[in-house]
Design a protein around this ligand. Structure first.
Ligand code: DP6
Length: 322
């Protein structure tokens, strides 16, 4: 019998950048994100004589290799838990993504959280969400957070890292208005970027700041204090980009459009006292997180941006079997 799971990306307020173990994608520090309601990716797994990966989008040999390595690491993880017989030696894997191309929304978080959830369905050995999140992390670090809905921390504990819900989906009605400027040159992916994070002279300082930022961010969410959330999120985003820009080789993900949009949005926020904040991941795309009262103004601004794709999401419920 086949098992399908659906999931979506998340947007981090406190970013994950750099690993303490690259193979297991154990993050160097904790992170905290909001799971998005859309766009969705669904992954179906079934028993098969050989492992085959098929997708609605064209997959490269590297993409297919990543599924194979993740499956092997998940199998090892389950064996360590004592579940030798739960998971077959090979699987057929079907990926269907509704994530628009070029929107700058990383699909890996959605894909590998759905993959882990579907495997957990097939394995049927009573895995907890924490364990499924550990399985998702083996495919993509940020995927560990999309297993849960609402506001989610990924925290290092002992020799692992585990996702924990800071607040549920219905706690705070926030939106992510995604403004994606056109980008022609191919970017270096996060997996490669994480590996070189430590070469930045700013990396150690960043790691020292994370616990304080995690506490501030978590408090801001619990208290629904938007100003506090904006201050700590923007501080962490710019700090991560400073690390990226000073690592070897340097990664310059932000472009002129990004800087212009950020400047215009902060001016709009001051003029109209709007609850909005900006944050950017490994690309020039600006995520504008806002409360309901700022949504129409942000959407109107976003739709005025020539050559930019716009996407809107609210807080999502995390990976689930379908
Ligand atoms: C900048 O989870 O995409 O978006 O484990 O290689 O898939 P891989 O990395 P990924 O890294 C996320 C980097 C980030 C920040 C974040 O989402 O926390």
């Amino acid at each position: 019998m086949s098992f399908s799971a659906e999931s979506s990306p998340n947007i981090a307020f406190i970013k994950y950048w750099g690993n303490r173990n690259d193979e297991l994608r154990l993050p160097a520090a904790n992170s905290l994100s909001m799971t998005l309601s859309s766009p969705t990716v669904s992954v179906t797994v079934d028993h098969s004589d050989t492992t085959v990966v098929e997708s609605s989008k064209e997959l490269t040999a590297t993409d297919i290799g990543r599924f194979e390595v993740t499956l092997e690491n998940i199998r090892r993880y389950l064996i360590n838990l004592g579940h030798e017989t739960c998971i077959p030696g090979s699987l057929s894997i079907q990926v269907d993504s509704k994530i628009p191309a070029g929107i700058g929304l990383a699909s890996s978080a959605a894909v590998f959280s759905a993959f882990a959830k579907a495997i957990a369905g097939l394995a049927n050995c009573g895995l907890t969400d924490e364990q499924i999140s550990e399985m998702a992390r083996l495919g993509s670090g940020s995927a560990a957070r999309s297993i849960l809905g609402g506001f989610v921390a990924l925290e290092n504990t002992g020799d692992t890292a585990v996702a924990r819900q800071v607040a549920p989906q219905d706690h705070w009605n926030l939106y992510d208005i995604v403004i994606a400027p056109d980008t022609s040159h191919k970017k270096v992916g996060s997996s490669q970027g994480h590996r070189a994070a430590r070469t930045s002279p700013l990396f150690d300082k960043r790691i020292q700041e994370i616990d304080r930022r995690m506490a501030e961010c978590s408090d801001a969410i619990t208290q629904k204090d938007f100003e506090k959330l904006a201050a700590v999120t923007e501080e962490d985003c710019m700090d991560m980009h400073s690390v990226m820009q000073t690592q070897n080789p340097p990664l310059h993900y932000l472009n002129d459009d990004t800087h212009r949009i950020v400047e215009e949005l902060t001016a709009l926020r001051t003029e109209q006292h709007l609850p909005l904040l900006y944050t950017m991941d490994a690309g020039p795309t600006v995520h504008v997180i806002c409360e309901e009262s700022a949504k129409d103004t942000v959407l109107a601004y976003a739709n005025e941006q020539k050559g930019c794709q716009v996407f809107e999401a609210s807080v999502g419920g995390g990976a689930h079997l379908v």
